[in-house]
Write a protein that binds this ligand. Structure first.
Ligand code: ADP
Ligand code: MG
Length: 139
C-alpha cells in the first residue's frame, strides 16, 4: 500500500505517471475509486501520458469506454458511473478488453468488490480544499 498526498491537479497527474512507470507487467486493470471531483480523470491523464503518450484523455461518461492506441498495447479507459452494478460491468464484455490491453476504470465501486485478477486499486479521497489522499494497493 502506497499513500501519496497531492496538493494540486498536477501532483495527481504526476502520481498517475509514476504508477504507470512502475506498474508490474501482469496488471490488467487500474481500478479508481473516489467521489465526483476527487481527481480520478486527472490521475488517468498521468497514467495515459506514459502508457499511450500523446493521447488526449477525455472522460468517457457517455460512451463508457475510450480507447487510446499510441502505446505498446491499447489502453481502455472506462467510466462505469452509468452502470448499475457488477452484472452490467461483466455483461458489457470487460473481460475482452482485459485480454487485449490495459484497462483503467473510473467509478470502480460498480464492480462491487469483484475485481478481476491482476487489478490495482487506486482510492482518491478529498481532504480539504485541493488536498487529496491517494492510496495505491497493488495486490
Ligand atoms: N489535488 C488535486 N488533484 C486532482 N484534482 C484536483 C486537485 N485539487 C483540485 N482539483 C480539481 O478537482 C477536479 C478533479 O476533476 P477530475 O479529475 O475530473 O475528477 P473526477 O474524475 O474524480 O470526477 C478538477 O477540477 C481539478 O482542478
Ligand atoms: Mg472523471
Amino acid at each position: 500500500m502506497t499513500e501519496i498526498i497531492s496538493h494540486n491537479e498536477a501532483e495527481t497527474e504526476e502520481a498517475g505517471a509514476r504508477l504507470a512507470e512502475t506498474i508490474p507487467a501482469n496488471v490488467s486493470l487500474v481500478a479508481l475509486y473516489g467521489e465526483l471531483g476527487a481527481g480520478k480523470t486527472a490521475f488517468v491523464r498521468g497514467l495515459v501520458s506514459v502508457l499511450s503518450p500523446g493521447s488526449r484523455v477525455k472522460s468517457p461518461t457517455y460512451t463508457i469506454v475510450n480507447e487510446y492506441v499510441l502505446g505498446n498495447k491499447p489502453v481502455y479507459h472506462f467510466d462505469l458511473y452509468r452502470l448499475a452494478g457488477k452484472e452490467d460491468v461483466y455483461s458489457m464484455g470487460i473481460e475482452e478488453y482485459l485480454a487485449h490491453g490495459i484497462c483503467i476504470s473510473e467509478w470502480s465501486e460498480r464492480f462491487e468488490d469483484e475485481l478481476p485478477e491482476g487489478s490495482v486499486k487506486v482510492m482518491i479521497d478529498k481532504l480539504n480544499g485541493s488536498t487529496r489522499k491517494i492510496l495505491i494497493e497493488l495486490n
